[in-house]
Design a protein around this ligand. Structure first.
Ligand code: KG4
Ligand code: ZN
Length: 342
């Protein structure tokens, strides 16, 4: 009998539902919330309200696209955390109600674990080589920047992480300073294609071991703009492509320097990237070039599986289903990573 997982993701500002059958993705529907753009960042209260409006139509569309009836679902997998509590509550409550109504099992999923396992999403007819254990994952999102060793689907060890801002935050905050729209990462990426990455230099952190820091870069970026604006009030408008290209190059260099160190320290050559910033073209090109140079095998997830999506929650739910890792109706959301396991 088939194992059919309904995945639900509502941790931040994307409402998403996906269906995974026997490890293969059948549908992945994402409703992004445009309302936050005008505020330059996610407004938690508005996010929860939008999830509440979106959740039923999104789940309905995912089941319909997959050609699966709700009573055929073996388990509903949902993001328990980390994320915004009000947003998580919508997905958690929906999943519990769905499980009660249909008799499906309930499976809680750690959002970051799911970003990593997004590398295992398969589609029928488009099968790809999957990462082999042990592998390293550079997990780079709006909230996290970590280097993680995966020894199997469930054994992970964080060997490096940011001590302040995340890489995605560095993109978003610097973009905001330039007056670009939110979220800034994709906008910087687009402008960077037309710019010179050597036009400006921003300071790189000097942090021990495999840890990261991005708050100094943000300050260095801000000071460069402030100084240049004194001489030329049009400085930002006239230099957007070069500023974006130089900023992106600095962030990519910071990220890859530590990954090279991590590879040397562990001897691991299977490399994955995950999280929203894994969509960045500069980072993807750097990973491909490094794979050539260092003899790594680099796995780059498809764009639609880098930012928040329910297919990654569904595939993680599938692996948990096979291990019988189910949750009870008492489960509550966990806003912080530290408050939950995987
Ligand atoms: O994983 P994600 O969708 O949400 C979190 O869990 O945080 O990541 C969102 C982050 C944002 O900071 C966004 O600016 C960044 O990913 N991002 C990018 C790109 N696409 C999304 N950053 C750089 N280049 C991109 N192409
Ligand atoms: Zn995420």
């Amino acid at each position: 009998m088939s194992v059919i997982i309904l995945g639900i993701e509502t941790s931040c500002d994307d409402t998403s539902a996906a269906v995974i059958r026997d490890g293969y993705m059948l549908s992945n529907v994402i409703a992004s919330q445009e309302i936050h753009r005008q505020y330059g960042g996610v407004v938690p209260e508005l996010a929860s309200r939008a999830h509440q409006q979106n959740i039923i139509p999104v789940v309905d569309a995912a089941l319909r696209q997959a050609g699966v009836g709700k009573n055929e679902v073996s388990a509903v997998a949902f993001t328990r955390g980390p994320g915004l509590l009000g947003s998580l509550l919508v997905g958690t409550s929906f999943a519990k109600g769905f499980a009660l109504a249909t008799g499906a099992k309930l499976i809680e999923v750690n959002h970051l674990h799911a970003h990593i396992l997004s590398n295992f999403i398969q589609e029928k007819g488009k099968e790809k080589q999957l990462p082999r254990f042990p592998f390293l994952c550079l997990l780079v999102s709006g909230g996290h920047t970590q280097i993680i060793i995966l020894r199997d689907h469930f054994e992970m060890e964080i060997i490096g992480q940011t001590i302040d801002d995340a890489a995605g935050e560095a993109f978003d905050k610097c973009a905001k300073v330039m007056g670009l729209s939110y979220p800034g990462g994709p906008v910087v990426d687009r402008h960077a294609r037309e710019g010179d990455s050597k036009a400006f230099r921003f300071s790189k952190p000097n942090i021990p071991a495999l840890n990261y820091s991005f708050s100094g870069l943000k300050t260095s970026f801000l000071y460069t703009l402030r100084d240049r604006l004194k001489e030329d009030p049009q400085f930002v408008e006239n230099n957007i492509p070069d500023l974006c290209a130089s900023l992106q190059q600095t962030i990519v260099d910071i990220l890859t320097d530590k990954l090279i160190k991590a590879a040397a320290a562990t001897g691991i050559t299977e490399m994955t990237v995950a999280g929203g910033v894994a969509a960045n073209s500069g980072l993807r090109n750097a990973m491909t070039a490094l794979a050539q140079e260092k003899g790594w095998t680099a796995y780059l997830p498809e764009f639609r599986f880098t930012t928040d999506n329910a297919a990654m929650i569904g595939i993680t739910g599938y692996f948990k289903f096979l291990k019988g890792m189910f949750s009870s109706q008492n489960v509550v959301p966990a806003a912080r990573f530290e408050d939950m396991g995987i």
